[in-house]
Design a protein around this ligand. Structure first.
Ligand code: GLY
Length: 359
């Protein structure tokens, strides 16, 4: 059992929680970061790390604005993180392609691209011949694509490894294997209880526990978040063999700078069931191979699952009513993309609230 005091306790050490902790500690705040397991051990370990708002958003909405803001923040976030952790993260804006398999689909994508350009998403239509030159090795019959030149990928495992170091250097106290069970508001502050009987007294708490966020008793009903399991598969391929992120219907493929390639995915509401389903794995492998058989072999080397934090109304970001508790969860398919903007927003709000309390 460990007690303690802090300015802010962050509950959840995925990319979102770690990024918020890093920002707050860099601003001179005393931060304790709790995780029920290890930092970056769940969705931030499993995620493909695609930074592709163009494939996720097709109409004007606050989430799109936020996603574009976060994409624009990624290069600076990555460079600062590499500097402050002395760790290289695998980040690159290699461009992404949304592929069309029929004339009707291509027509739909063309129309969508016009709308997306108006919404501030940089994209252009690519005809079939140019597409074959951009990605030699595509084997599906494709009519064309829309290309998003400013999108890309980052390996979230390298990001959370770097965030651990940056957090430690900034003075964050990291408590792994510490499952927070209850938050009790007290006089504008909050007590944070963990399953080992430990209690931390803090001025502020942030719930950033991804799909597990609703398991915390905060004394009020929290916005609903639920696990959406995804299967992913991986292959060791030659570096540069897949130059752009590919999206085709429910299939995607993304290559790390070193050549490791990930394909996905599935969306399953099965609670926290960690069973790997061989039929789902084989199905993704077949789809990926059919799409780009000149690059992606028929059989994958690795397969794993992760739990996206599903939320019907988009992410919950900000203060919970007038409590000392902030919410930063429910990012669903886009937690890696949205991490820099989420950290900036949540850390900014908390710092302002602490400063106005003292004013
Ligand atoms: N971001 C990709 C996925 O959730 O599968």
């Amino acid at each position: 059992m460990r007690h303690g005091t802090a300015d802010i306790v962050i509950i959840g050490g995925g990319i979102i929680g770690c990024s918020i902790a890093w920002r707050l500690a860099s601003a001179g705040r005393r931060v304790i970061l709790c995780d029920a397991g290890v930092l970056g051990g769940e969705a931030s370990w499993a995620g493909a790390g695609m930074l592709v708002p163009g494939s996720e958003y097709s109409r004007a909405c606050p989430e799109l604005t936020f996603a574009l803001e976060s994409l624009a923040a990624w290069p600076g976030f990555a460079a600062q993180l590499e500097r402050e952790s002395d760790t290289s993260i695998d980040f690159e804006l290699c461009g992404a392609l949304e592929l069309a398999g029929s004339p009707a689909e291509f027509e739909k994508l063309r129309t969508l691209a016009t709308t997306q350009r108006r919404l501030g998403i940089d994209c252009r239509v690519v005809e079939a011949q140019e597409l074959r030159g951009m990605v030699p090795g595509l084997t599906a019959p494709l009519e064309g694509a829309v290309y998003f030149p400013k999108e890309g990928q980052v390996d979230p495992r390298t990001v959370t490894a770097a965030l651990r170091i940056a957090c430690q250097r900034a003075g964050v106290e990291i408590r792994e294997h510490t499952r927070v069970t209850r938050l009790i508001p007290r006089d504008g502050a909050v007590s944070i209880e963990s399953s080992d009987g430990g209690v931390i007294e803090a001025a502020r708490a942030v719930i950033a526990a991804g799909a597990w966020s609703n398991l915390i008793d905060a004394g009020v009903r929290l916005p609903r978040c639920f696990p959406v399991r995804g299967h992913l598969i991986g292959y060791a391929l030659s570096a540069g063999s897949l130059p752009h992120v590919l999206r085709f219907h429910h299939t995607y493929a993304v290559q790390r700078r070193g050549g490791y390639t990930i394909a996905g995915t599935s969306e399953e509401q099965v609670g926290f069931d960690r069973t790997l389903d061989p039929a789902t794995v084989d199905g993704i492998a077949a789809r990926a191979h059919a799409l780009a058989g000149g690059i992606i072999p028929a059989v994958a080397q690795d397969a794993w699952i992760g739990f996206r934090p599903g939320a019907k109304r988009g992410p919950s970001l900000g203060r919970l009513d007038d409590t000392a508790i902030w919410l930063a969860y429910g990012h669903y398919r886009n937690g890696i993309l949205l991490a820099p903007a989420t950290a900036a927003r949540i850390a900014g709000e908390i710092i302002s609230s602490l400063e106005s309390r003292l004013a």
